[in-house]
Design a protein around this ligand. Structure first.
Ligand SMILES: [Zn+2]
Length: 362
């Protein structure tokens, strides 16, 4: 205490009292000492050693602790004695960081903010519930909430799509209801494409009747090999939880079909993200996409994934397990288009030139 009121006082004030415990008490004591016109001398004495002043102080402490109601002690410091902020000449990166960290977050400024937080929290819970339900159906087992959060950063999913899924899981995109509380911007709450519905992630990725959604999801379905089983029903829970997809083995339900699970993860994540990108281009830049343009962009994205996998598997000194994973992911897709595909397609890049990954619609 003496140290805080003497040697350390100036440095505490220079650093805006960052990380100093009992600040309000020390500041109040320093104020009362400074207010005195006479000099004050402080002397350290050994505690519980028969020194009269110390013993009397201990008694007062004991009396204070036993009081049924605590005294109302005035710790107020008049502004003229209260130094605030940091001394610029003493500022270091560490002290600035400590100061900023010590500032408590400001309370929500109005009712609208509280409502928005509440709506967002409810939305996140709802999205997670949908994802859990979708995964229970697909994986034939229960997944946990943390699993969904962690797996939205699955390495099979490209980085920009990982960020998209993470933000969508948080309900962090400025869509739909976000704009309803903002005067002059309420028209943004509605879908720019069909102009009738309140926008939501469900509407943007699945429900809207624009060409991008129907074209892209049918391309994804046409790429999914029939040998891998039926194409799943696409809904928001499955899209946002696609990092956790683990299709069970038919014979042994505890084992996962690695290749098909990986292909489904890639098809769903790439398709959903492309729909989102096209939606942003349409509503922000006013671009109208043709069906052929949409098809080309989707094909380019999926072919990029195939080519990247191909490079990954054939790089010098690559482990056989990587080659097997890439083969398990794409071989069935390729064989359905090229029945004469050689076993060594992975080391022979020419076979993939100009290949169309989609089947004709059934
Ligand atoms: Zn719409």
């Amino acid at each position: 205490m003496i140290q805080s009121l003497t040697d350390s006082l100036e440095s505490h004030e220079d650093s805006a009292w960052a990380k100093v415990p009992n600040t309000s008490w020390i500041k109040a004591a320093a104020y009362h000492l400074r207010k005195r016109s006479a000099p004050t001398r402080l002397k350290w004495v050994k505690g519980h050693n028969g020194v009269v002043g110390n013993e009397e102080a201990d008694k007062l402490v004991a009396d204070g602790v036993n009081k049924p109601t605590p005294d109302d002690i005035d710790l107020a410091v008049p502004p003229i004695f209260d130094l605030s902020g940091l001394r610029l000449s003493m500022l270091t990166q560490a002290s600035a960081y400590a100061f900023i960290s010590s500032i408590p977050p400001s309370p929500p400024s109005n009712r609208a903010n509280i409502n928005l937080d509440w709506i967002r929290a409810t939305l996140v819970l709802k999205i997670i519930q949908h994802a859990l339900l979708a995964l229970r159906h697909i994986n034939r087992r229960e997944e946990s909430d943390p699993h969904i959060w962690l797996k939205c950063r699955h390495p099979d999913i490209r980085h920009p799509i990982q960020t998209f899924l993470y933000k969508a899981l948080h309900g962090a995109f400025r869509i739909g209801n976000f704009w309803n509380g903002i005067p002059q911007y309420t028209q943004r709450a509605h879908c720019a494409s069909c102009n009738k519905s309140l926008e939501s992630m469900d509407h943007i990725l699945i429900d809207c009747e624009n060409m991008a959604i129907s074209t892209i999801w049918s391309l994804a379905q046409q790429t999914w090999p029939t040998a891998f089983g039926p194409w799943p029903v696409i809904h928001l829970g499955l899209i946002l939880g696609c990092g956790s997809i683990a299709l069970p083995n038919q014979d042994d339900k505890s084992k996962t079909r690695t290749g098909p699970s990986r292909l489904l993860r890639i098809l769903i994540s790439e398709s959903a993200h492309l729909i989102w990108v096209l939606r942003c281009e349409c509503s922000i830049q006013g671009i109208n996409h043709s069906v052929d343009g949409i098809k080309t962009r989707w094909h380019n994205k999926i072919t990029q994934c195939l080519n990247l996998d191909h490079h990954m598997a054939t790089r010098y000194n690559r482990k056989p397990v990587t080659k097997k994973l890439v083969q398990d992911t794409w071989q069935t897709v390729l064989i359905e288009r090229l029945p004469s595909l050689e076993e060594d397609w992975i080391t022979n890049p020419e076979v993939l030139v100009g290949i169309t990954l989609t089947r004709s619609p059934i």
